[in-house]
Write a protein that binds this ligand. Sequence first.
Ligand code: ADP
Length: 399
Amino acid sequence: MKVLVINCGSSSLKYQVLDMTNEQLLCKGLVERIGMEGSVISHTKMGHDKVKKEIEMKDHKDAIAQVLAMVQDPEQGVVKSMDEIGAVGHRVVHAGEKYANSVLIDDSVLEALEECVELAPLHNPPNLLGIHACQALMPNTPMVGVFDTAFHQTMPPHNYLYALPYEYYTKYGIRKYGFHGTSHKYVAQRASAMLNININDLKIITCHLGNGASVSAIKYGKVVDTSMGFTPLQGLVMGTRSGDIDPAIVTYIRKKENLPQGVVNDILNKKSGVLGISGISSDFRDLEEAMAEGNERAELALRVFCQKVRFYIGAYIAEMNGLDALVFTAGVGENSDEMRAHICNEMGNLGIKLDLMKNKVRGQERVISTDDSKVKILLIPTNEELMIARDTYEIVSEL
Ligand code: ADP
């Protein structure tokens, strides 16, 4: 069966087609500037050069129609007709407490996801637009929803509850949900396969370090804690997001800077993180370069970032009473040997010893700890699309 994977943002959309008989990626692409001037689709059929086509796409339905046309294109396509696509897997950010696993999308699922719009106002609406557009254009193809929050639903209440009046949880659903779950799940499963140890026998910490970043504690196959919270703003220092701060700072900044409602939220989400501290960039490559040239604030930003990752690693070792595997993934985790080295520095007493030579690697599955390190340190490129396609294939195969 061939599966189309759709990851729909507000003005962009990523897609892939995979052949699930051998999990082979057939093509992938990106649509940008949906609903704006200059909308464009970039498409790569594996083994061929990337092609780019500028074409007006006034909404998500237009965008999906272009994706389907590209996928069936006589030269660039990978199927003769859409009948060959057995299912569509949709990435959806927030499923609240409703789903702990991926599900076949029907009206009741759509209703539940609508209810979660309030919890993820930036993400769920475009995700839903993508589903509706696909349903309109492929009315007979089964669709599956794969949720960023689902894997974290195993967290115990003492880790997901905030110490606020309890009725805020019962009335408004204010609790920790966690995000990047598809990525944390994928790399945890890969770690188990690489070590050839059943996931139910492993204590794993997964560090998803990209523009958005989160750490998860996975004990015997289940998430027990994760660093993102009610929204993806909590936890680690990120590209432009502050991560954990004293909540009193919010009202204080508002008063001092005389800011209207909502602006502080914007500052915490878009102007903080390593960008805020460095004043240079949210991109870790720029910051590493600036640091090498002696820029002190770039160095400080990266130090604060690493320190926070270390903080969570320590906390999660305590929570799980030990650790077998520490996994690095996503843009920074996969590519920056420097950040991995800073994070793992002087953690020998916790059993974490990085091999600096083995660490000189990018974007490949690899054990990068020393032979005598009690904790295995693993570099594992994430693959959320494959995870989505797997869940989709599994659910649709059982229909
Ligand atoms: P997201 O999916 O959250 O947008 P990614 O997982 O793609 O983010 O990660 C993007 C981040 O990865 C950027 O900050 C980028 O600087 C960083 N990155 C990519 N390659 C490198 C590298 N070679 N060295 C350091 N950082 C890198």
